[in-house]
Ligand binder design. Sequence first.
Ligand SMILES: [Zn+2]
Ligand SMILES: [Zn+2]
Length: 239
Amino acid sequence: MVACKCAVCKSADSKDKRLRSSVHIQSSSTSVVIDTTPDFRYQMLRSDIEQLDGVVFTHAHKDHIAGLDDVKAFNFIHQSVMPLFANKETADAIKRDFYYAFAEKKYPGVPSLELHVKEKEVFSVGDLHFQPIQVKHLHMDVTGYRIGDFTYITDANYISDEEKQKIKGSKVLVLNALRKEKHLSHFTLQEAIDLAVELQVPTTYFTHISHQLGLHNEVSKELPAGMYLAYDGLVIHVD
Ligand SMILES: [Zn+2]
Ligand SMILES: [Zn+2]
């Protein structure tokens, strides 16, 4: 966190150095990111992503959409429009925040975006199929996604039984776990562990971690089998 002097923020361990949460999904032919964080540009450079076929959004909080303008590099390199997928509430916020990209007369060089509203139905980007999973972030609807045997849920503190059914059977779950102390809109570490146990997913990674959770190395030792703290640059292979 900016200006913080805590042990995590001052840690020399690269796994304690976190940019904002997102995930890049790559199949044999398709490349998608979930959310464009304020760090999106650097995340794309750092991971050497040369192709991006679409962006899928979880919700409109700034830490999940602020970097969207930088998709214009992909527009320019590939001479193509970037398809975006989001629920209506998120799509409306994107149109407000990036109004200039949706203007009738656009200033030259603004990103070229094509916004698709998706609520509950499965949709596809190339050969990747996204099953939306609706979760609650206090009273805001946030969309998690299941792609084959991989499920990504960020910014949640409640999931209904009906939506939990959509997660069951996943091989890998990525789930938000902010810190140990109670929080009004995010799962705590214990709440996330309990949910992972309930859902019987064999492998779970915790993400959207605050500096308040503690050092990666120390917290990792406290986790049950099959549960891990995610870290920047982590690569997961799902068959
Ligand atoms: Zn949020
Ligand atoms: Zn967030």
